[in-house]
Design a protein. Structure first.
Length: 358
């Protein structure tokens, strides 16, 4: 079954810190040349700033841009709005797709105090959309944001300039409540790094249904978009392809995967998960915890291995994704971004879409 939607790749800066800003720009250029529609950049404290990377790419490469995802707890929402509006002046009318969510439950709560996610996310997106539409907002209408960022009670804000390109919002969600919120106030859902696990445990259909239910209460909007991110670690060096995802899984398995009740359905050892939680509380790094993740664990959560090994798995997942009605797919890459982009662009995407590079 051919996919007629948009195909993207995620450049996860915290998982591939070896790439400098110019190298990330070059990877975006390669993606564009091989027919990939959009590059998504993630948001993590300590790593290369998401808005700096987006600006660098926008100034050099005519490719769609997105965030997968930004964490609103990390920065003032007025600052987010003016940063996005400024970046839009570089994108020549191409949509900027903003995936937004609370961030990894295995990372963010250890770094910063957070507010209740649903209320906080709702206020953040409503505020951002209003500012980016040219409206003036009163902080008094956003009590969670006013408290968290210590705004003055009577403060009012209006951007001093208008965006030059469309800016849309996608909730990075994996649960039903978050999906309903996306349907209420956002332009789509972005099922991010848990998509393969959710698909294999039969959870994706209910997330789509929850978002669609929320969307019914907001008639007259543009088409609601379903997007997903497929974890892919593909290399001719099979051992490296299986090893690379373990650092990422070391924080999401005891975090988001456990919170969503995915451990037993995926067949991951419960005792191992509890041991990982205990070691995290003791301050053990995710890099060290990666040693507890087996190759079998990786295969339950990722499409991983050699190109030949990945191809049939990947096309099967993509076939299911098309049948579920997704409008956009993106690939979380590994272990070598250049190699994986080339394999995708030359071997997988033409078969998936029937189109080649630009």
């Amino acid at each position: 079954m051919k996919f007629n939607g948009e195909v993207g790749v995620q450049l996860a800066t915290h998982l591939a810190n070896q790439y400098s800003t110019p190298e990330l720009v070059n990877l975006a250029k390669l993606s564009y040349e091989l027919g990939i529609d959009r590059v998504w950049i993630d948001d993590n404290l300590r790593f290369r700033n998401v808005f700096v990377i987006l600006s660098a790419i926008a100034s050099k490469v005519p490719i769609g841009l997105g965030t997968g995802i930004i964490v609103p707890y990390f920065r003032n929402p007025i600052d987010i709005a003016d940063a996005l509006a400024a970046i839009s002046e570089l994108t020549e009318g191409r949509e900027i797709s903003i995936g937004i969510a609370r961030g990894s439950t295995g990372i963010v709560p250890y770094q910063i105090d957070t507010e209740p996610a649903i209320s906080f996310m709702r206020e953040t997106v409503v505020l951002l959309k209003s500012l980016l539409s040219g409206n003036e907002i009163s902080i008094a209408n956003f009590p969670h944001l006013a408290k968290y960022y210590r705004f003055k009670e009577k403060a009012r804000f209006k951007l001093a300039f208008r965006p030059r390109s469309p800016i849309t919002f996608y909730h990075g969600c994996s649960g039903l409540q978050a999906a309903r919120l996306a349907g209420d106030v956002m332009d789509g859902i972005l099922i991010s790094g848990l998509y393969v696990a959710l698909l294999r445990t039969g959870r994706v259909e209910e997330i789509i249904a929850a978002a669609a239910h929320g969307n019914k209460s907001s008639p007259g909007r543009n088409k609601f978009v379903n997007a997903c991110e497929i974890n892919l670690s593909m290399s001719k060096d099979r051992e490296r392809a299986l090893q690379d995802p373990k650092g990422f899984l070391a924080h999401v398995i005891p975090g988001s995967y456990d919170a969503l009740g995915l451990i037993e359905p995926l067949g991951i050892d419960r005792k191992k998960v509890e041991l990982m939680k205990e070691k995290s509380r003791q301050g053990i790094s995710f890099e060290e915890l990666a040693g507890l993740i087996s190759d079998d664990d990786v295969k339950k959560c990722y499409i991983a291995g050699s190109p030949r090994e990945c191809r049939d798995q990947l096309l099967d997942v993509l076939d299911q994704t098309v049948k579920l009605g997704f409008d956009r797919v993106s690939f979380k890459l590994g272990p070598d971004y250049k190699e994986t982009i080339e394999l995708l662009g030359k071997e997988i995407i033409p078969e998936l879409t029937g189109r080649g590079g630009k």
